[in-house]
Structure formats: C-alpha cells, structure tokens
Design a protein around this ligand. Structure first.
Ligand code: F6R
Length: 617
C-alpha cells in the first residue's frame, strides 16, 4: 500500500490523490516574480513526463505567453524576462494533437486576452469546435483544449469565474483547468477526474497538479475535489461546489519530501503506476471507445486475417489481442515477435498488420512496420506516445491514453494495450458476428473495469502476504490457459524483470511435455483459474503440480471453494466475463511481482540491464 506521510499537524483527512497521469499544471498569484515561480514549478513537474511546456503571465505589458515543444530548459533558454506576479504554466504530454509549439499550452483566445491550461480529455470537442467556428472563432492548434479558451472567450463578460462555470456546462469529458485574463491577478480553476491542489501562502497562493510543484513555497495544501471550482488571488482562495455555492475547506499540512510527493506517497513509481490503472482504463475508454465504434479506425476494410507484431510486454498484450479478436470477431489472428519478423516468409501475407509498442520507438517493431509497408500490408500502430516514430511509419494509429510511465517495467501501458485489443475486437466483431446484446454485455464489462480493477488493488496487502512463498525461490512457473496463458507469460516476465527470480510462463497443457520434470517442493507455481472454458482443465493442472509437492498460489474468482481446496494460497478477483479476465488478473500478477521484488530489496523502478525504450535491434 502507499506509504502516506501526513503532517502531524494535519487539520483534516483530505482525500489522498493517487491519480496524477498526464501533463502538469502550475499557477501562482502573489508578490513574487511569477515567471520564476512558474518555471521552477514546471521543472518540479518534469518527472510526470511531457513533450512540451509553456507559461502565461499577466503583467504590465498585458498577457504574455511563451511555449515550445521540448523540455523546460529549452523553453527557458529562449525566453526574455517577463514582469508580472500572476500566471499559469503547463507541461504537456500529447494526447490530442502531436507535440508541437502550436499544440503546447497555454492556449489563448482570438483577442489574446485569455489563457487556459488543461489536463484531461474534452470528448465533445468536435461539435464545440464547429459551433465556435460558426461564431467566428479561429483555431490555431490540433488540441481539444483550444475549444475551452474560445468558449471562455464567448462567455467572458467581466467575470472570469462565471465564464468558466458557463464553459464547463457545455463540456463533456474530464479536466483540471486553470485560466487567467489580461489585467487581472485572479486565477480561476476547476477539476473533474484530474488532480488539482491549492497551496496556501502568506499573501500569495499557488495552484498545481500535485504538491511537488509548490512544496518549495508552502506545505499548506487543499485538495480540490471533482466538481469544485475556485478563484485564487494573493489575498484569498474561494472554493465553490458543483452548485456554485461557496464552501469552506480546511487545509492539511504535508510533511513529504519532493521525491515522496512525486511518487504520490507510493514507495515506487511502479506501484504508483499499478494503482493508476483504474484511471488509465477509464481514460483509454473515454479517449477511444466511441470514435472506434463509430468507425474511425479500420473502416471499410475487408480484413481476412490479422498479424500482430511486438516485443516483450507488448508481445504478451498482442497474444491477449489474438484470443480476443478471434473470439469476438472470428477473424484469424497470429502474433509474431518483432525481432523474428525479418525472417518470416512473404508467401502468406495478412492484409492487416498491427504493431504494438508503448514507446513507439522500439527498433525491432519499427523495422517490422517498415517491412509490412514494403510488402504492401495495411498497418495500424497501438502506442502510448503521440508523435513517436511508429506513428509516422504506419497508416493508422490507436493511442492507448495510459499517460507517461516512469517505472521501467510496463504496467499501466500494458493494461491500456489490452483495452485497445478489446475495443478493436469489439469493433471488428460488430460488423461480423456479434449480436447487439453481446456488444452491450462486453461494453458494460469494459466500462465496469475501473471498479473491478480498484477492487483488485484493494487486495495489495493480501497479495504482499501471499508472496512469501515466492521470495526465496530459484524458479517460479506461471501457468494459464487460453486468454490467460499470455497473462501468465506477462506475470513471469514481470517477476524475472524486477525480482531477478527465474520465472517461466507456460500454457498449462504443456506441463506434461517437459516442465513437470522440474517441479518439486522448492519450485512454486502461480496458476490462473477463472470460470471460463479452461476452468476444469486448469483445476486438473493445479492438482497435477500439487501432487509433485510444488506450492501453488492460485488466482481465481471470489467464492471458488474448489480452487481454494487444492491450492496453498488463493487470491480471488471479482467475477468478470472470462474473455475480459486478463485485465484484473494482470493486476494480480503485477502486484505479485512487485511485492516479491520489494521483499527481496530489488531496485524496482530501475532493474539492472534494462531500459525503458529499446532503440537498438
Ligand atoms: C517489460 C517491458 C518490455 C517492453 C518491450 C517493448 O516490462 O516493458 O518488455 O514491453 O521492450 O517495448 P515497447 O512496447 O515500447 O515496444
């Protein structure tokens, strides 16, 4: 569980924020030089990952905005001294529109009087943009955020908070948003499903996505909740509830160091990222589901077969994709390791090739994309990084919306790759074999997934206790069947990567063809056993290994007494559709790997010999 360090003088139990995903916001109003405070704040937000940055300062010379693609150092190097004591800043991780100066925040209105920074996704940006263009507004970026500043312009008649309130009434989606207006020291802000905090100073106040950005100046923090809006000046911070009524909120005193704060109180980035998965799943649906089902990707294509190509964790996600695509659409799918692709024959070409790479920079996957193009195959990339190299090599791109991942071991990018697979499978199945009620059932299952995964996360301590049977092992086998065979490959990969224990993922049916010879009381087994078509066979496989004295940690469905009776330890997840079970099961195997590595004292976020992005083949 996260180690939450709260100040002893904390005044109230404000909700801890574990959700910082993409982009960073900073705001300041007070007597200091705003430029310095904002740039320093942006540097403290750098750990979140970003591709562009910018600030807007309200000063004697009006509203001044500087922004650029690249890091904060680059932004600073080209910036003059700006006088002013109030402003907002932003680090952007591109999700809608590639990384570029135009797409960087702050966004300004047509008259250059208002500036807005925003984290989140505006779902109805298309219709809002059309409406605003009809009203004469000119758009200069590819972002969804720009609709916010033009809406604000439409509604601004001297009261910035009222204008923001009115703006947000038109908006569907998620946001942490902050805005300033030329000639005013006030900053207005609001939050829905994206983090936002206020830092209280003496005759000065701060606003940020997380407390890291303001810790240098104050440790008096107010956590802003969903639906709340605020107005911040040097003298006061007024907070309003979703009905627009002014409310009183106490601050807490935070005693974290900056590094603690960056990890959101978690011991490691990997654990933080595992705990962010409900939000990542939610965002991946929000950013993709409707447009995919409406036909934005893979439209009008006669797809007779699909090849998925990837490395490492992304390869495991592709294997889940193969099972999901075949089950839901009936289209045959194969999976190939990117590094082996160059040796494959050209004789049987699949019309569609899906390249899966969270970084979008893996050399072998890029080489495979180029080969597919050369062979005239249609290419689709599934990636987490907007503007990454793969996006320029392929015909179509699916962005997973996991937000930046800092831990070397992929976690939240993996579950969002799975989400991508399910959405594509449903989309392909919709025009082929799926009935309306089936689509509804699976869609419902996906939409309930953030809650299901949150229930699994609540078992983190239980999983931590259960892994005592693994921590001293020389070797661990992960067994699964059907769509959870790749889940167990992923469990084994995570374990070996961060705990340095040798681990193998095996299709349970293969045991008797070799690995049984290795099993004994010192070789623990982790086995998945959910209520799907492989259930009975998994129970038999577990009995088989238990008969060789191997200790078994079973992962099953809550209330499965038969499983509990034959394993040494059971971790149980809520019941879900069998085909969707890799999502919660993955979270269990991630936590198994994490807690085992932690108990062995391994450097979890930076395992030896590994890099986050493998750009050599
Ligand atoms: C393991 C891990 C790696 C990557 C692999 C491919 O946790 O992260 O196995 O999955 O290097 O990387 P991408 O997905 O960036 O192509």
């Amino acid at each position: 569980m996260p180690h939450q360090q709260r100040g002893s003088s904390q005044k109230q139990s404000g909700k801890q924020e574990h959700r910082g995903l993409m982009c960073g916001i900073i705001g300041y109003s007070g007597p200091r030089d705003a430029q310095q405070v904002l740039l320093e704040g942006l540097q403290r937000l750098e750990y979140r990952g970003y591709d562009s940055a910018g600030i807007a300062i309200v000063g004697a010379e009006g509203l001044q905005v500087f922004k650029d693609e690249g890091d904060v150092a680059k932004l600073m190097s080209g910036m003059p001294l700006i006088e002013g004591h109030s402003g907002i800043g932003h680090t952007r991780w591109a999700t809608c529109g590639r990384p570029s100066k135009e797409n960087a925040h702050p966004m300004v209105d047509c008259d250059h009087c208002l500036a807005v920074v925003h984290n989140g996704i505006i779902e109805n940006r298309g219709e809002l943009k059309e409406r605003l263009e009809n009203l004469g507004h000119t758009f200069t970026s590819e972002t969804d955020t720009e609709v916010l500043v033009h809406l604000l312009e439409e509604y601004y008649h001297g009261d910035l908070r009222q204008a923001l309130k009115r703006t947000l009434e038109d908006v569907k989606g998620t946001y942490a948003i902050a805005a300033v207006c030329q000639g005013h020291e006030e900053i207005v802000a609001a939050r829905k499903e994206n983090p936002l905090i206020v830092g209280l100073g003496a005759e000065e106040n701060f606003l940020a996505s997380d407390i890291t950005a303001v810790l240098n100046y104050t440790n008096k923090i107010i956590y802003i909740e969903d639906g709340e809006m605020l107005s911040l000046t040097p003298q006061e911070v007024q907070i309003f509830n979703n009905k627009g009524e002014k409310i009183n909120k106490d601050y807490i005193i935070v005693s974290w160091t900056a590094e603690d704060a960056q990890k959101g109180g978690f011991e490691h980035y990997m654990l933080k990222e595992i705990f962010e998965q409900p939000v990542s799943i939610h965002n991946s649906l929000l950013g993709n589901f409707d447009k995919i089902m409406a036909g934005e990707l893979l439209s009008a294509q006669d797809i007779s077969s699909i090849k998925l190509i990837a490395c490492g964790t992304s390869y495991n996600a592709s294997l889940v994709g193969k099972y999901a695509i075949e089950a839901l659409s009936g289209i045959p799918a194969t999976v190939e390791l990117a590094s082996e692709c160059r040796y494959s024959s050209e004789t049987k070409e699949d019309p569609l090739v899906i390249l899966v790479t969270q970084s979008g920079e893996t050399a072998d996957t890029l080489a495979a994309a180029r080969l597919a193009k050369k062979r005239g195959q249609r290419t689709l990339a599934i990636t987490n990084v907007v503007g990454s190299t793969i996006t320029r090599e392929v015909d179509e791109v699916f962005y997973t919306q996991a937000g930046p991942e800092i831990g070397v071991a992929a976690t939240k990018t993996y579950v969002t790759q799975l989400m991508a697979m399910y959405m594509l499978a449903l989309k392909l199945g919709k025009s082929r074999m799926l009935r309306r009620d089936e689509i509804h059932r699976y869609t419902h299952g996906l939409k309930a997934m953030p809650r299901t995964v949150a229930n699994v996360l609540a078992k983190s301590e239980e999983i931590s206790a259960a892994v005592d049977m693994l921590t001293e092992a020389q070797s661990v086998f992960f067994l699964g069947r059907h769509i959870n065979y790749p889940t167990m490959l992923e469990g084994a990969l995570k374990l070996k990567e961060i705990s340095y224990i040798h681990a193998e993922g095996y299709a349970a049916g293969e045991l008797k063809h070799g690995p049984l010879a290795l099993l004994d009381a010192d070789t623990p087994i982790v086995a998945s056993c959910v209520w799907d078509m492989s259930y009975e066979k998994m129970l038999s496989a577990i009995s088989e290994v238990a008969a060789r004295d191997s200790p078994v940690l079973g992962i099953g469905i809550e209330g499965d007494r038969d499983l509990e009776a034959i394993v040494d330890q059971a971790i149980c997840i809520p019941e879900v559709e069998g085909i969707l079970s890799p999502l919660p099961l993955t979270v269990v195997v991630q936590l198994i790997a994490y807690h085992t590595a932690r108990k062995r004292g391994c450097p979890i976020d930076r395992p030896k010999n590994l890099a986050k992005s493998v750009t050599v083949d």
